[in-house]
Design a protein around this ligand. Structure first.
Ligand code: COI
Length: 356
């Protein structure tokens, strides 16, 4: 073990596994980098973090998160700039969001130095795992688990924070086909829809499996009262271009995740002078716009998928096809503009990227 200036003990792997990766064929979530960060919280305080070789974990079968899902996570990405240096996109925003999730789930705040500083140390160590090339990145997965060995239902007292990283290619390699969901519900006001709680993703498995069998890629979630107002698609925020206006659901009801990519897209569009609205948007308004030829573009945003164009939406028996992708002004511009910033190809006026 050696100690770093940031008080992270590092136990380096003897032989890197990097040779297992085929750089020409990197798939999302299949391979994990050499090291992982791990820190424990006990008696009201965080203990010194460690970076150790990536390995399996050992838990009592009575551990809280297995039973009650007191577990949250984040998704961040690092990219290689033209100089070959790893740069991380907006890690402080993910840190803030992690703590909003933690508060709602009765979990302790993760200190900024542990989340961002730990991530930087880990990525510096595993810098060779950050792929270089269009549409590639290192996906960074910080997560926080409740680890009391107790099956009574109460907020845990012991927690474990970890960061693992995984070289990633594109999440979707085609425009996505969407089914408008009006049976199952993702989020209610007062619930946990705004958090990255594990349960939000677990609950989506069955409805998503059902629509995949029907030939769709993802669900457009609607509100739980009337199934009228759109919320998110799959695990992404959603945007519609109607006429000359870009519209996305607002965050007021706590049902929608405050996406970092969502915020980046809104910022870039507003700076460009594009008309942007964050407001309640009904599926009926979308259907009318489609009928009148005003539904110009639609896309999902998220860290994993970045910007995912939607090729069609099916609502009951109606399939709404979007115009050919080449004609999409805003989505294509956003994809390129965001990629240029993330890969460090243009000046980063917003200070969104940070060297590892
Ligand atoms: C992300 O975009 O980071 C997500 O959370 C999606 C993930 C569940 C794959």
């Amino acid at each position: 073990m050696i100690s770093t200036g940031t008080n992270i003990k590092i136990n380096k792997i003897a032989n890197s596994r990097i040779g297992e990766i085929d750089p020409a064929n990197i798939q999302f979530g299949k391979n994990y980098s050499d090291h992982m960060l791990i820190a424990y919280y006990e008696n009201g305080a965080w203990k010194e973090p460690e970076i150790v070789p990536f390995t399996n974990l050992n838990f009592s079968p009575a551990t809280t998160f297995f039973h009650y899902g007191q577990a949250i996570f984040e998704g961040v990405k690092a990219y290689k700039n033209p100089q070959g240096e790893p740069i991380i996109f907006r890690p402080h925003d993910n840190w803030k969001r992690m703590n909003r999730s933690a508060n709602r789930m009765a979990m302790p705040d993760v200190p900024e130095e542990l989340f961002v500083g730990g991530m930087k140390t880990l990525i510096s160590l595993d810098r060779d795992w950050v792929p270089q090339g269009d549409d590639t990145s290192l996906y960074i997965r910080p997560f926080l688990l409740a680890i009391d060995e107790f099956i009574g239902v109460r907020p845990a007292e012991k927690f474990m924070f970890m960061i693992i990283t995984s070289p990633a290619g594109p999440y979707y390699n085609h425009p996505v086909s969407i089914y408008v969901q009006d049976q199952y519900v993702r989020a209610f006001p007062g619930g946990i829809g705004f958090t990255k709680a594990a349960g939000n993703y677990g609950m989506s498995m069955y409805p998503t499996q059902e629509i995949k069998k029907m030939g769709y890629d993802q669900i457009l979630w609607t509100d739980g009262f009337d199934h009228k107002y759109v919320q998110e698609i799959g695990t992404m925020n959603v945007f519609f271009v109607i006429g000359d206006t870009v519209i996305t659901p607002d965050l007021n009801a706590d049902t929608i995740l405050a996406g970092v990519t969502r915020d980046s897209v809104l910022t870039l569009l507003r700076e460009k002078g594009v008309k942007v609205e964050e407001r309640a948007l009904s599926i009926d308004e979308i259907a009318v716009a489609h009928k009148n030829g005003q539904l110009k573009e639609a896309f999902g945003t998220g860290t994993a998928a970045s910007i995912a164009p939607i090729c069609a939406l099916t609502y009951h028996d109606t399939k709404m096809e979007l115009p050919p992708l080449e004609q999409w002004e805003h989505t294509n511009w956003l994809k390129k503009t965001l990629a240029d910033i993330r890969y460090g190809k243009v000046a980063d006026r917003h200070h969104w990227t940070e060297k590892a």
